[in-house]
Design a protein around this ligand. Sequence first.
Ligand code: ADP
Ligand code: MG
Length: 456
Amino acid sequence: MTHNELWQAALGEIELSISRANFITWFKNTAILSLKNGKVIIGVPNGFAKEWLENKYRSYILKALQNIQGDIKEINCVIYNYDDFGLNKTKSVDALKKPSCPVSIKDISAGIINEENNLNPRYTFESFVVGENNELARAACWAVSQNLGKMYNPLFIYGGVGLGKTHLLQSIGNEILKNCPEKKVRYVTAERFASELIDSIKNQKVDLFKQSYQKIDLLIIDDVQFLSGKEKTQHEFFHVFNALYQLNKQIVISSDRPPKAIPTLEERLRSRFEGGMIADINRPDLETRIAILKTKSAEKNVDLSEETARFIAENIKSNIRELEGALNRVIAASDLEQSKITLLFVKKVLSDIISSGRRKSVHYQHIIKVVSDFYDVRVEDLTTKGRRKEVALARQIAMYLMRIELNASYPGIGEQFGGRDHTTALYAFEKINKEIEGNENLKEAIVALREKIYTL
Ligand code: ADP
Ligand code: MG
């Protein structure tokens, strides 16, 4: 058993014994660096994680490891740089990231999407830049496009937001239609699948709904994590899935995390997903980011020098959607100001994102999103009126975090929550601030949330 296999197995156990939020927060980007004479050294990304793993989770970790390998006696954590370690291919925990940026490129290009198959012709293999972070997923998708239904079925692609899952999945569809226009391809988000299903139930047309899927040669279901907890939809999805699968039809699925990390996924669906091929997409390295910027600027007929591309790529690392967003912003500004895209110009245009570092880029919406994910409440419930108790606490915590992290004014905070009065925000801040002192759980949640705000 390799260190990595040992650690993945241990993580599997640890995951069952602590809350999901804590698991993601503290075990992301960790790895076993060495194992000698029963002593395990675990690499962790920061001092924060070291402290938590060594103090709070020591016994969990030790127990999980000992269950797999009885002779393990001791663990220690050291801080290391995950990316330098070349472990990218198996970042199963890292891939549990949730979306942080709600703006979708889909919104921009809505006009050109084909109504029958829902594919955006812009998403092709040709326009997809291959790097170390995505080569496995890309190869799997390509193989599927060349051997529909025969290679990997289902193909399951997972990775964080804005890293190219939708682009890759749709590339398969576009490639198929290029070579075999008679094939029936359908791209659908899991969310849309669910809402169409619900409509069909309402209109008593479930059979029609199922039939419409059985005619398909390639079914692409995007963001399947959305089905989490939706039992009835999962149930119907399973039937559609099985019907297609038995007819040797190809199914491709994406998710922001691996099947085993999707809570409340029906067991038989999970095992179906795991029965095929699973590939992940990670964050792109610097060279890949530069290559992507060059490709995107060339697509837009914009001349971007090596120096400026490098500058943007060095400063925007989180995901490709944001990278593209920054590029679009630069291009728009240069059009508007009739200026050439020099390094100086780019620095000026992107100054608010870049120079002031992370703090500024942590926006209100991001905090709301992180808190709503953490407490599993909907963003709308958090930001509109309503008095359910769990929601009220989550809301107060979000207000508190805005004050702490953004130094936001109370009226400014109130505005984010459906125009609540500033005294509400003030009250929330003071209440949480006071309660943290005596409430260990709350304290833990806040620490985890703050960590998540900066890492997701
Ligand atoms: P996800 O579905 O994983 O959230 P998307 O597929 O929507 O991400 O990608 C976000 C944006 O980044 C899209 O505009 C996509 O074209 C672009 N993109 C992502 N990865 C690549 C890549 N490797 N090469 C070129 N463009 C990419
Ligand atoms: Mg997507």
